[in-house]
Design a protein around this ligand. Structure first.
Ligand code: NAP
Length: 482
């Protein structure tokens, strides 16, 4: 059931200039639900990374000359192929990453939606004509592809985080060298295979799997790479920004989060419980936009905790390939230990454990869905990105006070709140210091909206009509003698 090696989309070597290249070294890839080895994947050397960048540069010169319509058609074919192979891609994803199969199916469709969207946006990268300051002069603005793009992506959305970057890059005429997370390489390589079938020319999209430090350093320091786009932790993002400084690259950073979910006294509590269940426990709490702190008005605290606990008790934990599983394992044992430490420290600092609080009887890296109460803003748990199935519940009594608490973090990615008061909805939406605010919904992401953060959650936006901006540069053309 968990064997993916026989699937036609299974590839285990880096993809450079349209070829699957042999490597001197390999590394094992583990199924987190069983701790068993799925297979091994080739580790590209730094020399192979340099070759991939050079090939991407050569491919860029011809790719950028193709018409927007041509690029659009290729991306559209890629979208169609991904959707045709949705089940196979989802199986690869579940086996290497652990998320439930139905969620993996959802991620494949979500990732594909960016390819579909940017196949359409490819044709809409408009310029400007600026009213002239002189009678014999005209000023034009055109948007051009930035050049070779280096992309580094995480394991928590092994398909969608790639699609969200590659689609706008290719749409505007850039070429890409991608380094996916080493724990989830197969989803990335399967995408490359379908890209080739869709007609993406050799060298336009390259995937190098292997040592993150070495390959990352090459992508950041190589002067041919003109743009680095990264999704991952804030600490690694800071390192990459520093490494990109010497060659002054354009950078996009989709980094960590510490999302508050605020439940005001006028909220529909049943609806808030339902939505926070999604935003907290999706992907076992391993998403950058996962609710990380729940603030509940003191007048409805008991009702909320009771209903939320009932909902959490109903979660079905298990291997993602088993029917009905709602929550899979964490990505590895280290992640499980890190989450457990956060819980233990919170309890030591005075939190009370309502549910869970320990590794799950299924073993491996499974962790029990956990609820903590009696929390204070100065506890460590209020500041950390938990990245696991742990729901800390704080209480509050005052609107401005809870806004201050929600903003009391170095992060600024997603935020959520629940209220039926239109005045409050406007006030709170404007005051939350986040790139994204979701009112009365635990889901905020789609290909149509600008996804991204402020503060130490990063720079740049993915998706929407703004999504191509990160991959273009603005050129002013001055025309005189008219
Ligand atoms: P991570 O440790 O920062 O890793 C992300 C990527 O960076 C992986 O490909 C990793 O490679 C690579 N990497 C690690 N160290 C590197 C280095 N020194 N140089 C170059 N590359 C390096 O993050 P993660 O644990 O995989 O992902 C979870 C984090 O991502 C969370 O903080 C989450 O909030 C964030 N995230 C943000 C968004 C967003 O849109 N804002 C979306 C999803 C996730 P290896 O895996 O091969 O080591």
């Amino acid at each position: 059931m968990s064997d993916i090696k026989n699937l036609s989309l299974f590839r285990d070597l880096p993809y450079i200039n349209g070829k699957w290249v042999d490597c001197a070294k390999t590394v094992d890839v583990i199924n987190p639900a069983s701790d068993s080895v799925i297979g091994s994947v080739g580790c590209a050397s730094v020399q192979q990374a340099k070759e991939a960048i050079l090939c991407a540069e050569q491919a860029f010169y011809s790719w950028r000359e193709t018409t927007a319509k041509n690029r659009s058609l290729i991306l559209r074919r890629w979208y169609d192929l991904i959707m045709k192979n949705q089940k196979q891609l989802a199986k690869i994803l579940t086996v290497e990453m652990g998320k439930p199969f139905d969620d993996a199916m959802g991620e494949i469709a979500y990732g594909a939606s960016f390819i579909e969207w940017f196949s359409e946006e490819a044709k809409r990268v408009y310029g400007d004509v600026i009213p002239s300051y002189a009678t014999n002069q005209r000023s034009l603005v055109i948007k051009q592809p930035v050049g070779v793009v280096g992309a580094i992506t995480p394991w928590n959305f092994p398909n969608a985080m790639i699609a969200r970057k590659i689609a706008p890059a290719l749409a505007v005429g850039c070429s890409v060298v991608l380094k996916p997370a080493i724990s989830t390489p197969y989803s990335a390589l399967a995408l490359a295979q379908l890209g080739e079938q869709a007609g993406i020319p050799a060298g336009v999209f390259n995937v190098i799997t292997g040592d993150a430090n070495k390959l990352g350093a090459e992508l950041c320091s190589n002067p041919i790479v003109r743009k680095l786009t990264f999704t991952g932790s804030t600490s690694v993002g800071k390192t990459l920004i520093k490494q990109c400084a010497d060659t002054v690259k354009k950078v996009s950073m989709e980094l960590g989060g510490n999302a508050p979910s605020i439940v005001f006294e006028d909220a529909d509590v049943d609806h808030a419980v339902q939505e926070i269940m999604i935003s907290k426990f999706r992907n076992s709490g391993q998403t950058c936009v996962c609710t990380n702190r729940i603030y509940v008005h003191e007048s409805i605290l008991d009702e909320f905790v009771s209903k939320f606990s009932d909902a959490v008790k109903g979660l079905k934990i298990g291997n993602g390939m088993e029917k009905g599983t709602q929550q899979g394992p964490l990505i590895n044992k280290k992640a499980m230990k890190d989450v457990h430490k956060i819980v233990k420290d919170a309890v030591k600092q005075g939190a009370s454990l309502v549910l869970g609080g320990k590794s799950h009887s299924l073993g491996h890296s499974f962790y029990e869905p956990t609820i903590l109460c009696d929390l204070k803003q100065d506890m460590d748990i209020a500041k950390q990105e938990i990245f696991g199935p742990v729901a800390p519940i704080f209480s509050f009594s005052d609107e401005q006070d809870v806004i201050n608490k929600a903003n009391d973090t170095e992060y600024g990615l997603a935020s959520y709140f629940y209220s039926r008061d239109i005045g409050k909805i406007w006030r709170v939406s404007e005051k939350l210091d986040y790139g994204m605010v979701s009112v009365n919904s635990g889901i905020l992401s789609s290909e149509t909206i600008p996804f991204g953060g402020v503060k130490q959650s990063g720079t740049g936006r993915e998706g929407s009509k703004y999504g191509t901006d990160d991959y273009t540069v603005i050129k002013h053309i001055n025309m005189s003698g008219i």
